[in-house]
Design a protein around this ligand. Sequence first.
Ligand SMILES: NC(=O)c1ccc[n+]([C@@H]2O[C@H](COP(=O)([O-])OP(=O)(O)OC[C@H]3O[C@@H](n4cnc5c(N)ncnc54)[C@H](O)[C@@H]3O)[C@@H](O)[C@H]2O)c1
Length: 287
Amino acid sequence: MGTRLQGKVAIITGGAAGIGEAISKRFALEGAAVVVAGLPDDPVREVVDEIKASGGQAVGYLGDLSSWKLAQECVKLAVDEFGKLDILINNAGVFIETNYLTDYSEEAFDYMIRHNTKTTFLMSKAALPELQKTHGNIVTAGSEAGVLGIPQNTPYGGTKAFNIAFTKGLAAEQAAFGVRCNVVGPGPIDTAWTHKETGPMDAKMEKTNNQAVLTGRRGTPEEVANVYLFLASDEASYVTGALYMVDGGITIAKGPAGDQADSFFKKQPKEDLKLQHSMDGHTSIRE
Ligand SMILES: NC(=O)c1ccc[n+]([C@@H]2O[C@H](COP(=O)([O-])OP(=O)(O)OC[C@H]3O[C@@H](n4cnc5c(N)ncnc54)[C@H](O)[C@@H]3O)[C@@H](O)[C@H]2O)c1
């Protein structure tokens, strides 16, 4: 067990699958008490049990955080269970359709606005009164797509651009209350979203994505969680309003640079989190 978040209380939205599972487990291993928040179909109970089994502190919250009532309920759970709130990780999101805009469904657009941006807005709004008391911080999920855009999923890029601008505005506003706000910009990460078998990408998109990354491979959920850990910890006390890319260099690559990556980069680093739900993510519209 580490101590980088010792004594801290954190909510991780979308905390039971993909990158969120890695954040929940990394934070718990570093001493935080975590609220693992997810939709009723997400493996929240399993992740909470796994954290507790390895000696960590966790409680689950099952509910759609695009509802104001449920967002408030989730924050209240953190305070009721652990006495305060220091960190909000706005990681919840969905990736459900790839299509040219001429064929892109209005339903998918509305669904993404709700799960990728409204959750960020409502959870931040609900958490801020508590974060102001603890001089805490918020870290939100952007994406390289929020910087570069993404063809055949243009509304997705738009939702992530919202999260980036929203975070910068919030950082400027909340400095007066001692609250830091930062945003992470992952590149293609090894979750259900980036595999043709489990998400809406076809084989061509999957290949193009990996080639576009300087490191020639997807990032792992754990590699992203490590950056969330730094930003959420007191080590980042001078970092606010920042966008931290965790993208294998995709935003500066020109052309299919991944093909030329050194084999050192192509090899995934040795990891220590026991992840069970990397591929259990949200890649289609649920009722
Ligand atoms: N995977 C990638 O390549 C990638 C790249 C860039 C950015 N990101 C961002 O990282 C975050 C996580 O991505 P992932 O690949 O781990 O996804 P994932 O689908 O594996 O996990 C996201 C979780 O959030 C939950 N969620 C969605 N809406 C919710 C809501 N309203 N209330 C509660 N929970 C909700 C989902 O059900 C799911 O369990 C997303 O915000 C995504 O935009 C991912």
